[in-house]
Design a protein around this ligand. Structure first.
Ligand SMILES: Cc1ncc(COP(=O)(O)O)c(C=O)c1O
Length: 376
C-alpha cells in the first residue's frame, strides 16, 4: 500500500476525523447504568415532529424511485418566506449545503475568515478544502464583528458567521451585523448560519436574515434542531438567485433524500411541535443557566438550545465531563473545537435537565470545585 502521505494532500492528512462521542447505549454498558441522559449534540429532546414522521412513513412507500432533489421543498419554502424558488436551495442538512458553498466558491488562493473555535463542521469543510483559514478571538464569547471586518483582506473570499453561535450559544444583534455588513466588501461572501434561529427569533435585537436582501449573504437553516430531524439530514438555504444557481451546479442531484424531504414538508406545517419545543427550551435554558451560575460556574449567555460552561482550566473540564459520564450524563467536551476548558450542555426535557443539575452538584462537591469556582 502506498503510504497516505503520498496519496493524500497535507491539508487532508492534518484533519482529524469527527468523533461523535459516546451513545447513551455505550455509556449504559460501560458504567452499568440503567438510565443515561444525552445532552451532547443539541438535538431536540422532544423527539421529531409527529407530522414529519407521518409524512416520512408515507414517503417510504416510494423509496424505489429517485427523489426530486428537494424541488417540492424548495417551492414550499419559497412560498413560506415570500421568495422565488430560485432563491432557495435544499440539501442533506445545512452542513451538506455548506459543503456545496465551499466547493462552489473557493479557489486555492482564497482565504476564509471566521471566529476562534467556530462550529466544527465549518472548520472541517474549510480546512479540508486546503485554503488559508484565519480566525479572530471571541470578545466576551461573542463574535467580534468589528475585528472580523478589520481582518478582511483582498484574499478573503468567505466569512462564516453562526448566529446564534455554536458552541458559545451567544448571538450578535441587528445593529452589529448591519455595521459589519457595511464594512465588508461586496465581493466577500458571508455565510450566515442560522441553524438555531428558531430559538433566538424571539429576541428583539436578533437579526433574522430573512429581513435582509443582501446579495453576498447566504443564509443556512436546518430541520435538525427545532423540528427534531437531525438524523434525516435535511436543511435549506436562501441567497440571491445568481448564487443559488451556482450552488445547484455542484449539488448532488438527489439530496435531500425523498424520505427526508417529505419529513421536512410535514414538519414545516407542525406549528404545534415547534411551539412545544420552544417552550421547553426557554424553560430549560433558564433553569440550566440559573443553576449553573448558582453553583458558581461561568455560563456563556445563550440564545440557542444549549449552554456553554467555562472552567478555569482544561483539567477541570475534563474531570467534570468524565464524572458526569459516570453518573449517566453525556455532555460535549469542546477541546476538539478549540475551547479545551469548556463543556457544552444541550437543553433536555425538564427531567433530563434536573438529572444533569443534580449530577453536576454531586461532581462539584466530589471535585471540591467550590474552591476554584469562577463567578460571572
Ligand atoms: C452552527 C451549526 N450549523 C450547522 C449545523 C449542522 O446542521 P445540519 O444537521 O443541518 O447539518 C449545526 C449542528 O449542530 C450547527 O451547530
Amino acid at each position: 500500500m502506498v503510504p497516505p502521505d503520498i496519496l493524500v494532500p497535507p491539508h487532508i492528512l492534518a484533519l482529524r476525523a469527527y468523533e461523535p462521542g459516546l451513545s447513551a447505549e455505550q455509556v449504559e454498558q460501560r458504567f452499568g447504568l440503567s438510565r443515561v441522559v444525552k445532552l451532547a449534540s443539541n438535538e431536540n429532546p422532544l423527539g421529531s415532529s409527529p407530522r414529519a414522521m407521518e409524512a416520512a412513513q408515507q414517503a417510504i412507500r416510494n423509496m424505489a424511485r429517485y427523489p426530486d432533489g428537494g424541488a417540492a421543498l424548495r417551492d414550499r419554502l419559497a412560498e413560506r418566506f415570500h421568495l422565488k424558488t430560485g432563491n432557495v436551495i435544499a440539501g442533506a442538512g445545512s452542513e451538506g449545503i455548506m459543503a456545496n458553498v465551499v466547493r462552489t466558491f473557493l479557489c486555492d488562493e482564497d482565504e476564509v475568515l471566521t471566529t476562534e473555535a467556530a462550529f466544527s463542521g465549518f472548520q472541517v469543510l474549510a480546512r479540508g478544502r486546503g485554503v488559508a483559514y484565519r480566525s479572530v478571538p471571541y470578545r466576551d464569547w461573542r463574535y467580534d464583528l468589528p475585528a472580523l471586518a478589520e481582518a478582511t483582506n483582498e484574499r478573503t473570499k468567505l466569512i462564516y458567521l453562526a448566529n446564534p453561535n455554536n458552541p458559545t450559544g451567544t448571538f450578535f444583534t441587528r445593529e452589529a451585523f448591519e455595521e459589519f455588513h457595511a464594512r465588508v466588501p461586496e465581493r466577500v461572501l458571508i455565510i450566515l448560519d442560522e441553524a438555531y434561529f428558531e430559538f433566538a427569533a424571539g429576541e428583539p435585537s436578533y437579526p433574522d436574515s430573512m429581513t435582509y436582501r443582501f446579495d453576498n449573504v447566504i443564509t443556512l437553516r436546518t430541520f435538525s434542531k427545532a423540528y427534531g430531524l437531525a438524523s434525516a439530514r435535511v436543511g435549506y438555504g436562501f441567497a440571491h438567485e445568481n448564487l443559488i444557481s451556482m450552488l445547484l451546479k455542484v449539488k448532488l442531484p438527489f439530496e435531500p433524500s425523498g424520505v427526508s424531504a417529505a419529513a421536512a414538508l410535514g414538519a414545516l406545517d407542525d406549528y404545534e411541535f415547534v411551539q412545544k419545543t420552544l417552550e421547553n427550551n426557554t424553560r430549560g435554558l433558564a433553569f440550566l443557566e440559573r443553576e449553573l451560575r448558582g453553583m458558581g460556574f461561568e455560563a456563556a449567555p445563550s440564545a440557542a438550545n444549549f449552554v456553554m460552561v467555562v472552567f478555569e482550566r482544561e483539567e477541570q473540564a475534563r474531570q467534570v465531563f468524565e464524572q458526569l459520564l459516570r453518573r449517566g450524563v453525556i455532555v460535549r467536551p469542546l477541546k476538539a473545537t478549540g475551547l479545551p476548558n469548556c463543556l457544552r450542555i444541550s437543553v433536555g426535557t425538564r427531567e433530563e435537565n434536573e438529572i444533569c443539575v443534580e449530577a453536576l452538584k454531586s461532581v462539584r462537591a466530589e471535585l471540591e470545585m467550590d474552591r476554584y469556582a469562577t463567578t460571572q
